[in-house]
Design a protein around this ligand. Structure first.
Ligand code: MN
Length: 287
């Protein structure tokens, strides 16, 4: 590749760069919200992306005690640290550094996500992926992938953990129908380039958690999210790491184009379905 690729019309461009917003969730865990309700339609089928990362136990120690979900999937990518998951379907798992948890809430799950460390750094992502209307009330499911079970693609200066979808012939840990999500946890050395084919109509974004990289000449920094533009001719995205390298999450999927109704941890298609979820939860019927 040469420098001409930076303006190649067959590559995705950046539509906008969003700077993450500091917030708290769970029992007071400090985190950076990169994708919130204002981007749910633009980035359909993805509903939320949080980045947490701190070496101060006070920022994370309270964790996420028992809380419900219905109607979508949560994907947790642990970059550093340890967190224990327990849920109402009887699943339990310890998520360590590099581990991935893929939970399908379906018709309902009540779970806790608690740090299993009292010192040191804890960092990771949580991504919410919507379910198609027809699958929102499916049976809950839960999968745990330790770091060594996440397939890896490597090239000069490039390390890509293929969480979901495919990259350069490497099949990810998870494949999902309908939305066909691509989730890549990427590490690039200084100046390294990585190109990833993307279906032109799929919604796509990239979040940076370390360093800086450029897409089509637009720089994206730590705790920022780049919304990638769709164009019929754009078949791929190319990432170019800055002078100190970069770590980023690249995410893409086929939009559902269905109504989105959200009330906190419930994401359905109509207000009536949300009221049903609240009723079910209060009556102990959710999970
Ligand atoms: Mn949760």
């Amino acid at each position: 590749m040469n420098s001409d690729t930076a303006t190649d019309s067959t590559l995705r461009t950046v539509e906008r760069v969003v700077t993450g917003r500091a917030t708290q969730d769970g029992a007071g865990v400090r985190l950076t919200r990169l994708l919130d309700g204002s981007l749910q339609h633009r980035l359909d089928p993805f509903l939320m992306l949080d980045l947490f990362g701190s070496d101060r136990p006070d920022d994370y120690i309270a964790g996420f005690p028992d809380h419900p979900h219905r109607g979508f999937e949560t994907i947790t990518i642990m970059l550093e640290g340890r967190m224990r998951h327990r849920d109402s379907a009887g699943h339990e798992g310890l998520l360590g550094t590099g581990g991935v948890q893929w939970m399908t809430a379906g018709r309902g799950v009540i779970h806790s996500e608690m740090p299993e460390q009292v010192s040191g750094r804890m960092a990771g992502y949580q991504l919410w992926l919507n379910l198609p209307a027809r699958d929102k009330m499916c049976e809950p499911d839960y999968r745990d992938y330790p770091a060594e079970a996440v397939p890896l693609y490597t090239d000069a200066g490039v390390q890509v953990r293929v969480v979901a979808g495919h990259s350069h012939g490497v099949a990810g840990a998870v494949q999902r129908p309908v939305t066909e999500p691509l989730v890549l946890d990427i590490r690039l050395a200084a100046g390294a380039r990585f190109a990833q084919p993307l279906p032109p109509s799929h919604h796509a974004f990239m979040a940076v958690h370390d360093g800086e990289l450029a897409i089509d000449g637009t720089s994206v920094h730590r705790e920022q999210l780049a919304v990638l533009a769709e164009a019929p001719a754009a078949q791929a995205v190319e990432l170019v790491a800055g002078p100190h390298g970069a770590s980023a999450l690249l995410v893409a999927g086929r939009p559902l184009h269905e109504p989105i109704a959200q009330y906190g941890p419930f994401v359905m298609n109509t207000r009536e379905q949300l009221m049903q979820a609240v009723d079910d939860y209060r009556a102990g019927r959710l999970a």
